[in-house]
Ligand binder design. Structure first.
Ligand code: ADP
Ligand code: MG
Length: 316
């Protein structure tokens, strides 16, 4: 990479606030409410959150396409206000929306972008980049003739023309088919193996779980979790037991160790409990002690999906 590792976080964000200007009257949308986070160098970092959470707003601030309202951001140690030029050189961004001039070829798209960043002709890696994203045979085709998947891969190459140490992808796999998703995952992993710090936003949990070293969850413009993927998955330490009873449930059973107890059918209840605090045997005992006869039992572990739903289900 053109910039050596320098000990700083790849990206450092402090108390980042964005309020969009109001369209009509009113206050305008508060899209980021004071977000602070660090992206460590060398990682694949996932920014996860439902639609409207503020992911693209954050990425577009990094890209210099949206002005922040307050807070501080530095990229590879360069403050985006005081040192925008170096900050921009340290980052490549693949935006959520695909936009291309349809009359340029992939080769020209990359050459133009390299020119924009002032990469000298003899240092350009246009052919190598096209090969890396499997577009060598389309180098001279008009961009408008490329499939959606090819365009997305071209965007990744375009983001990398100036060899930035940080690559950011905003929803790279939203609405793409399984095969292309796999291709993009491989591309991201390969770039990361070569030393590039990768940040990606997604609303697919399994994607974050499969790819990322660390996951931050953002909801309604607030950071609600930021942990190594392993720990995030460990948060899923809730267990669920489904009981089928001999007769209709007149009154839901209760117990201090229940996280949640739901009726899921005439004679079925679903109990969520913390498996560090109790076990299925105790749960069954508690239900029987309340006069209910259990005829069937199934259990399952909560997964990251459950954690995510739990964390993001709080209203704004
Ligand atoms: P995400 O990428 O997580 O889906 P966004 O950052 O696109 O979320 O949007 C966060 C919030 O900011 C949403 O409520 C969205 O409607 C609003 N928003 C995004 N862009 C604009 C804009 N240009 N003007 C006004 N509001 C916006
Ligand atoms: Mg978005």
């Amino acid at each position: 990479m053109s910039l050596p590792t320098n000990g700083a976080a790849a990206i450092s964000i402090r108390n980042l606030v964005k309020r969009y200007a109001p369209a009509g009257g009113g206050e305008g949308k508060l899209a980021l409410k004071g977000v602070s986070l660090d992206v460590p160098q060398g990682q694949i970092f996932g920014l996860l959150g439902p639609n409207g959470a503020g992911k693209s707003t954050l990425i577009n601030i990094l890209a210099g396409m949206v002005n922040k309202s307050a807070g501080e951001v530095s990229i590879w140690g360069f403050d985006i206000d005081r040192d925008r030029r170096n900050a921009s050189r340290a980052i490549g961004i693949v935006p959520q929306e695909i936009v291309f001039d349809p009359f340029f070829t992939p080769y020209e798209v990359l050459e133009n972008q390299a020119g924009l960043y002032g990469v000298p002709k003899d240092e350009r890696q246009t052919d190598a980049l096209l090969a890396a994203v499997h577009l060598s045979d389309k180098a001279r085709a008009y961009a408008r003739t490329l499939s959606g998947g090819m365009k997305r891969r071209l965007l990744v190459a375009k983001a990398m023309v100036h060899s930035p140490p940080v690559l950011v992808l905003d929803e790279p796999t939203a609405g793409v088919d399984v095969e292309l998703r796999r291709q993009l995952w491989e591309l991201v992993k390969r770039m990361n193996d070569e030393g590039v710090t990768v940040v990606l936003t997604t609303h697919y949990l399994e994607e974050a779980e499969a790819l990322c070293d660390r996951i931050a969850i953002i909801n309604h413009g607030e950071l609600i979790a930021n942990k190594p993927t392993r720990e995030m998955v460990d948060m899923a330490r809730e267990k669920i037991v489904v009981l089928t009873l001999a007769s209709d449930v007149a009154e839901m059973p209760s117990h201090p160790a229940f996280v949640k107890c739901l009726s899921i059918g005439d004679r079925q209840i679903e109990i969520t409990y913390d498996k560090d605090k109790t076990n299925a045997g105790e749960i069954l005992g508690a239900v029987q002690a309340q006069g209910m006869t259990i005829v069937d039992v199934t259990t399952r572990e909560a997964d990251l999906e459950d954690v995510f739903v739990h964390l993001t289900s709080q209203p704004a």
